[in-house]
Design a protein around this ligand. Sequence first.
Ligand SMILES: NC(=O)C1=CN([C@@H]2O[C@H](COP(=O)(O)OP(=O)(O)OC[C@H]3O[C@@H](n4cnc5c(N)ncnc54)[C@H](O)[C@@H]3O)[C@@H](O)[C@H]2O)[C@@H](O)CC1
Ligand SMILES: [K+]
Length: 479
Amino acid sequence: MRTAYSVETVRAAERELMARLPEGALMQRAAAGLAAACADLLGRVYGRRVVLLVGSGDNGGDALHAGARLARRGAGVTAVPLSPERVHEGGLAALRRAGGSVAGVAGAEDLIERADLVVDGIVGIGGKGGLRAEAVPLTEAAARARAAVVAVDLPSGVDADTGEVHGAAVRADLTVTFGTHKPGLLVDPAREYAGSVRLVDIGLELPGGSAQLEALQHADVAALLPVPAPESDKYRRGVVGIAAGSARYPGAAVLAVAGALRGGAGAVRYVGPAADAVIARFPETLVSDQGPRRAGRVQAWVVGPGAGDDADTVNEVLRAEVPVLVDADGLRLAEAGAVRRRAAPTLMTPHAGEAAALLGVSREEVEGARLAAVRELAGRYGATVLLKGSTTLVADAADGVPVRVNATGTGWLATAGSGDVLSGLAGSLLAAGLSTRDAASAGAYLHGLAGRFAADGAPVGALDVAGAVPGAWRDVVSG
Ligand SMILES: NC(=O)C1=CN([C@@H]2O[C@H](COP(=O)(O)OP(=O)(O)OC[C@H]3O[C@@H](n4cnc5c(N)ncnc54)[C@H](O)[C@@H]3O)[C@@H](O)[C@H]2O)[C@@H](O)CC1
Ligand SMILES: [K+]
């Protein structure tokens, strides 16, 4: 599992460690890791041209000390301090001793254009707001140039704690981060600015249980997925009910069932007006036209995909005493009070547009502040909320529970009906006994991986994604 900690927690851990180490030792660890990452990227260090963009704090200090290491290996290193009156003195002296030079901001754009590598040491976890004006032309020059851009700790200008980007920010090819991931490195839009991320261990000890974010990996998901025991039968494995589709949108029912059949439940019950279409495609489905209450026992419900305006079905499902996943039209039709009053857990799965409608803000606001939006929705509804997107987030209503972030997705998943497959898949995991948080995060993980496998670099349809879920499942459990 990858975890990300808040700036406040990182600072406290750093203070504690620094008190036990000789002065400057921590920065040397950071600089050594940074220099090694730069050397790997350059391939050959000798003779390469490196420009360091140096801010006024310790982030600039890291860049200067790493620059000194590269200069000692034969690179031509030039530091460009953005506020020459405030620069890390020890770092600057080390760079000079190693044969590096210092240039003013005035001619720096030319240097950047000729560089092989630009190191962004403008700001790290001490940054407030977007980049200041004097840095913007330099970072634009870096983006234009053929040089690789390596960000120190964080791309300067992004918000470490929230992943928000207010104003200009550096776009890096690689971010070398120290001690732990910061939330901004895992959540869009900031994540996109970070490029690939390399974590350097500097010996920080972070308090267990206080992470802001968790990103599950194969082994974590494998441990969550249900495995049928020898004595299992279809009912013990769990039955998932799908109340979806309408005369107008029968396809949503088919797609939700397609996802549910691959999600580990022993049987899938379908309730709604698209039974013929469902049976034609998936004859193993148990269908009923009696409405959710009289459809027979289920261990979890999925309601909403393609529901149109059928509020009665949504409300009937919300009165069930089993976990309920609400998606798509169901999100609009479900009353907040009815969701909050439920005794059994609820999982809501909006995309940014649906989340924006529920919160009464614009889609851009949700996309720009995804962590805040998902937490706010979970709190308002007293539910687990899965906010879809390039980095899908899963938040619980309870305070202090790390938000899960899923990064297995691919842009090819942005295809009609893909969300219906996810709702069926996650609902099936709920019926198999996973908690709402685990079902949502394991479902998103498998769905993203299935999207990658099905797409393999080309467009795919939602049924292809459902068809690729077993392959994703096998990949996860086989490590
Ligand atoms: N504290 C530690 O123990 C360690 C810190 N390390 C490095 O130190 C960094 C934190 O250092 P600092 O606390 O000095 O903070 P930073 O260097 O991240 O930034 C603070 C400085 O930048 C200025 N600043 C703030 N916002 C700005 C903006 N938007 N544009 C331009 N300048 C801005 C501030 O006036 C201040 O001088 C980490 O990100 C990491 O790179 C590493 O060396 C590892 C050890
Ligand atoms: K930086």
